[in-house]
Design a protein around this ligand. Structure first.
Ligand SMILES: Nc1ncnc2c1ncn2[C@@H]1O[C@H](COP(=O)(O)OP(=O)(O)OP(=O)(O)O)[C@@H](O)[C@H]1O
Length: 254
């Protein structure tokens, strides 16, 4: 077995009176695609924020390649941000309207002081996400929601991360565009050996994109395993309830 790339151990997180996470552990291997599902308020977003080192747990640790992530200045987290990136939920709000697309996509390269030709890297990224290289000269408002999410993915990939953690990355997109962006994430992950942690309430997205799923309920992991297995024979009533809400995915009655 290879060592886990990203590992969480015993994560606890409280917001004043509420315990949002209550001892969550997970392991992610290089190139693996893990979904996090659960009902509203089960702790999915809190877990994503801790995995991204955007919040500090009250107990437990997050480690990348065995190195613990400690809260600290942006500078002290630079090593982590280069390797663990995120894609926002709402592509409409994630770009500065006064910044040209090329500069926006290159932003992490500048912030994280990644050496090299940033212009060339941006052109390469734009092509990789299915846009024209000359998109770099345009403004965010000139793009559709789906195209803006492609731009957000390009920006996240700029520093060549090993992991993307995305909280509902396609929930703001509709129908065909949603599936196109899901397929783009799957293709980029396979091509670059990029690991994904995807929070999604859409079990169709989970089924299409991820190989393993972790189910949260009231801040605890109630089940985890291969998507095909968990979705056809859920071990937890919580998972069965989530599946029942999506008739097309529900396991056949015995
Ligand atoms: N900033 C906050 N202040 C206080 N309580 C919070 C805060 N953020 C989340 N919580 C609470 O923590 C718990 C977990 O919230 P979280 O957003 O992680 O769940 P979630 O599974 O992502 O929910 P949803 O699917 O509705 O987005 C909930 O009870 C929520 O009300």
């Amino acid at each position: 077995m290879t060592e886990p790339l990203l590992q969480a151990r015993g994560l606890v997180h409280r917001y004043r009176g509420t315990t949002a996470l209550d001892g969550v552990s997970l392991q992610l291997r290089a190139g693996e695609r893990l979904a996090v599902v659960g009902g509203s308020g089960s702790g999915k977003s809190t877990l994503a924020r801790l995995l991204l080192a955007l919040d500090t747990p009250d107990a437990g640790t997050v480690a990348l390649d065995g190195r613990p992530v400690r809260p600290g200045s942006p500078r002290s987290l630079r090593w982590f941000r280069r390797r663990v990136q995120t894609v926002p939920q709402d592509p409409g709000r994630s770009f500065n309207p006064r910044m040209r697309v090329g500069q926006a996509v290159a932003e992490p390269l500048a912030c994280l002081r990644v050496p090299g030709d940033h212009g060339a890297r941006v052109a390469e990224l734009l092509v990789a996400v299915g846009l024209e290289p000359d998109a770099a000269r345009r403004w965010p408002h000139e793009f559709s929601g789906g195209q803006r999410q492609r731009l957000a993915i390009a920006r996240a990939l700029a520093p060549r991360p090993d992991v993307l953690v995305a909280d509902e990355p396609v929930s703001a997109l509709d129908g065909v565009v949603r599936l196109q962006v899901v397929d783009l994430l799957a293709q980029l992950s396979a091509a670059a050996g990029l690991a994904l942690v995807v929070v999604s309430h859409d079990l169709g997205v989970v089924q299409r994109l991820c190989e393993r799923v972790l189910v949260l309920d009231a801040g605890r992991v109630v089940e985890q395993g291969p998507v095909a297995q968990v979705f056809t024979a859920p071990a937890s009533g919580v998972t069965a309830g989530l599946l029942d809400a999506v008739p097309a995915l529900a396991p056949a009655p015995a």
